[in-house]
Design a binder for this molecule. Structure first.
Ligand SMILES: [Zn+2]
Ligand SMILES: [Zn+2]
Length: 323
């Protein structure tokens, strides 16, 4: 009782006794009073609890059986009281019991354990897959083919039964598939480069002032694409030209788009290429520098705009210079 241990292990031995039995030092129920540091019996004389402090109730009990008033009533050799000393308190007692007839034992209940397993697909399309394309149109067409296969993979009731599983359709992809492919590619790039901005905007938070999009007041459209904002945020109609898609300046996809519209503009200068890119609904961060650097590397432009070479005149023949 004076120990500072926070854990107490108690071993109990249950025993049936006669209801008329009078309590004695071996058969009793004592409670400990912390204030007075003494044991007191629940019933019977208080002398029965005198041995609780010393812990020798067994010897007292056996002695009592020899000379006490109830000697011989419960037999001899009582070993069913285990003395609990401090060493016993300090170590846990682990006991194992073998089940006897567990099927017919009513005290044993069956516990059913159910495991719930959920699988989440974390493999996302990464933009490095588009690096093998050297043309914007081929990247869009290949992605549109994949989208077509995804939509028609389990085509069981469709009219065209050839459009099933892995196949290549004869005709070109539809306009919807092409526009969806463009959205998929741009979304993939935006999610990689502007993940923090998309997270903030979707949560309704303000953008960081260090963000390159801070001045652009970006918005997220219904396809979860980042677009240039403005003062018409309350308008339900989103115009491709007034709310162009935001594209990072240094990205392989950006180079493909600029080259594509530069060719569509018949290799005209930076202003025409920039106009073609913007009218297509793209806003490139650092557009001027990006387009200039790409046009500077354009082989066709270098040939068309290259300086005329001045041919060096050969030496005059001897008869021309002979005097
Ligand atoms: Zn098909
Ligand atoms: Zn060019």
């Amino acid at each position: 009782m004076n120990s500072d241990l926070s854990l107490i292990y108690i071993t109990c031995h249950l025993r049936a006794a006669d209801i008329n039995q009078t309590p004695d030092p071996m058969n009793k129920a004592c409670s400990y009073n912390k204030a007075t540091s003494s044991w007191s019996p629940v019933e019977g004389p208080s002398v029965n609890c005198q041995c609780c402090n010393t812990g020798d109730c067994a010897t007292v009990g056996s002695r009592r059986t020899a000379w006490g008033p109830y000697a011989g009533r419960r037999g001899v050799g009582k070993r069913d009281v285990v003395l609990l000393n401090e060493e016993f308190f300090s170590r846990p007692v682990e006991s194992t019991f073998e089940l006897i007839h567990p099927e017919s034992d009513k005290e044993i209940k069956t516990i059913a354990v159910t495991l719930n397993t959920s699988v989440e697909a974390k493999v996302k399309l990464k933009s490095h897959r588009f690096e093998r394309f050297s043309k914007w149109s081929s990247a869009v067409r290949a992605t549109a083919r994949l989208i077509h296969i995804v939509h028609h993979f389990a085509n069981k009731d469709g009219a065209n039964q050839e459009c099933r599983k892995w196949h290549i359709c004869e005709g070109p992809p539809t306009i919807e598939e092409v526009s969806q492919a463009e959205r998929v590619i741009i979304q993939c790039v935006q999610n990689e480069v502007y993940s923090q901005e998309i997270h903030n905007l979707s949560k309704g938070l303000n953008l960081s002032k260090d963000s390159p999009l801070y001045q652009l007041n970006p918005i997220i459209d219904q396809n979860k694409l980042l677009r240039i904002g403005g003062r018409i945020a309350r308008s339900t109609a989103i115009s491709e030209e007034q709310n162009p898609l935001i594209i990072p300046g240094r990205h392989h996809i950006t180079a493909l788009i600029v080259r594509h519209y530069h060719e569509q503009a018949q290799h005209q200068g930076r202003h025409f290429t920039e106009g073609a890119v913007r009218s297509a609904g793209f806003w490139i961060i650092g557009m001027k520098r990006c387009i200039s650097s790409i046009l500077h590397k354009c082989v066709k432009c270098q040939r068309l705009r290259g300086k005329h070479l001045n041919q060096q005149m050969a030496e005059l023949p001897t008869d021309r210079v002979f005097q």
